[in-house]
Design a protein around this ligand. Structure first.
Ligand code: 48F
Length: 256
């Protein structure tokens, strides 16, 4: 029985890993925008892998605000709450409150159920750069980074890569720093996030969800960080809609 448990895990894990060595979309970061993107892309039948450095995907959504585990979503994102079968309470006209643990687990559950593969405890440390295009990601175990161990990574090829790493916009920063290229921003660089301004930030998150460099898309807070827009705090409508938008952009691009 001991052998069955161990070989079962190893065989299944390596099957999943091998099937994900070349994917349609690699999503870096398991926050709300990344999870929604993974769900919609997988639902379209694409091969999608999502990488999350922490043990639990979900990013900044579990904790609500200051660990009060409730979040707010506006009416514009209600169709997504329905799509993910998330329960909500109407608080005021156009504003809804949701239990953040319920909402986060629903995103994870539906994304994996749609067929997205989630690799947790993995950190993306670089991209594959071919012919002036982001063509894949460079993957390592998160504990390898945490321990500062000198261990070489593995590589996953991807037709599209999403930087969904949140406030730090890690992938976009790495692409810009290492390759002396101009990103599709005002300055050609990662502009960096501004202070909190809810309405402006919610609007620009959607606008800033774009292909920031050939092969590299940005979603969620990374979209605002790269383009120099504001943060918004514990309101999540634009995070969810950004994931929906980036999935649409990628699906459209892959069709052609
Ligand atoms: O920050 P995060 O939740 O992403 P998001 O989709 O949502 C932002 C909101 O949670 C909140 C907000 C909006 O109301 O302001 O902050 O933009 O999740 C990003 C995830 O990416 C992981 C990180 O651990 C987190 O769970 N991550 C970051 N860098 C890497 C990474 C990396 N290099 N490799 C793997 N995972």
């Amino acid at each position: 029985m001991e052998q069955i448990v161990s070989t079962g895990i190893i065989d299944s894990y390596f099957k999943k890993l091998k099937e994900s060595l070349s994917v349609d979309a690699a999503i870096v970061g398991g926050g709300p925008s990344g999870l929604v993107a993974a769900y919609f892309l997988a639902k379209k039948g694409l091969n999608v892998a999502l990488y999350e450095r922490k043990l639990a995907p979900g990013g900044g959504m579990w904790g609500g605000a200051m660990m009060f585990n409730e979040i707010v979503v506006q009416g514009e994102a209600l169709h997504l709450l329905d799509e993910f079968k998330i329960k909500y309470n109407k608080y005021k006209d156009n504003y809804y409150t949701i239990d953040s643990v319920h909402a986060t687990s629903a995103l994870i559950y539906e994304a994996t159920k749609a067929g997205a593969k989630i690799f947790n405890c993995t950190s993306i440390e670089d991209v594959v750069f071919h012919d002036g295009k982001v063509s894949g990601i460079v993957v390592n175990w998160a504990p390898v980074h945490r321990e500062g161990m000198h261990v070489d990574p593995l590589v996953v090829m991807a037709k599209a890569v999403v930087d969904g790493t949140g406030h730090d916009c890690e992938v976009a920063r790495t692409v810009e720093r290492k390759n002396n290229v101009r990103l599709n921003t005002e300055t050609g660089k990662v502009v960096g996030e501004r202070s909190l301004s809810v309405e402006e930030a919610e609007r620009t998150t959607i606008e800033n969800t774009i292909e920031i460099f050939p092969g590299l898309y940005v979603s969620g807070m990374a979209a605002n960080g790269v383009s120099g827009s504001y943060r918004m705090g514990p309101i999540f409508g634009s995070m969810l809609r950004s994931g929906e938008k980036v999935a649409g952009l990628i699906a459209e691009e892959l069709k052609t």
